[in-house]
Design a protein around this ligand. Sequence first.
Ligand code: UP5
Ligand code: MG
Length: 191
Amino acid sequence: MFNVVFVLGPPGSGKGTICSKIQENLGYVHLSAGDLLRAERERAGSQFGALIESHIKNGSIVPVEITCSLLENAMNLHKTANGFLVDGFPRNADNLSGWSKQMSGKVHEQFVLFLSCPVDICINRCLNRGEGRTDDNVDSLKKRVETYNNQTFPIIEHFGKLNMVRKVDSERPVEEVYEDVVKVFEAANQM
Ligand code: UP5
Ligand code: MG
C-alpha cells in the first residue's frame, strides 16, 4: 500500500517548489500530474499529445483515465518510496472518482497539503516564471484560475469535511512556507 499526500493550491501557489524540497529531505517521491502530462504530450508516438495541449492551454482538465494512469505508472517505478506527493491532482470531482475507482486498495491517502495564496500573487509568479510554459500567459491564467475556483477548490472543501486538509499560507518566502510544511509532515508521521 502506497502512502499518498495530495498537494493542492492555485496555479503558482508553489506546489512544485515545495514538493521538490519535501522530496529532497523527507524521502517522499514527487509526482506532478502537470509535469507527467507535459512529458506525455512530448512523448513521440503518444496518442494524447494534442488533447493534453488543448486542455493545458485552456486551463481545463484532462480526462482522469489519462492522468491517473500516468500517476500509477510513475508510482510503480518507485516501489520502495516512503510515500508519494501527488502534486496538482485531484482537480475536480471526476478526477477524484476516477482515482478512487482505479487506486482504492492500492493507496493510503494520508492528508491533503493545501498551499493557500492570493490569486493575484499566484498569477504574477506564473507570469514571471520564464520557463516558456504554453499556459503562462494572461489568457490561459484567467482560465486556470476559473477552473481552480469552480472545480478544484470544492475538492479541497470536500477533503476539509473529512478533516484531511492541512493548510499552509504560501504567500510567504519559500523557506518560511517549507518550515510549516515540515511540521505538517512531522505531525502526520509522528517523526
Ligand atoms: N514561487 C514558488 N513559491 C514561491 C514563494 N513562496 N515565494 C515567491 N515565489 C515563489 O511556483 C510558481 C512560480 O512561483 C515559480 O517561478 C516559483 O519559483 C515561484 P511553482 O512551485 O511552480 O507553483 P505551482 O503551484 O506548482 O504552479 P503550477 O503553475 O505548476 O500550477 P498549476 O496547478 O497551474 O499547473 P500544473 O502543472 O499542475 O497543471 C497545468 C495544467 O495541466 C492544468 O491547468 C490542467 O490543464 C492540466 N492538468 C490536468 O488536466 N490534470 C491534472 O491532474 C493536473 C494538471
Ligand atoms: Mg507545478
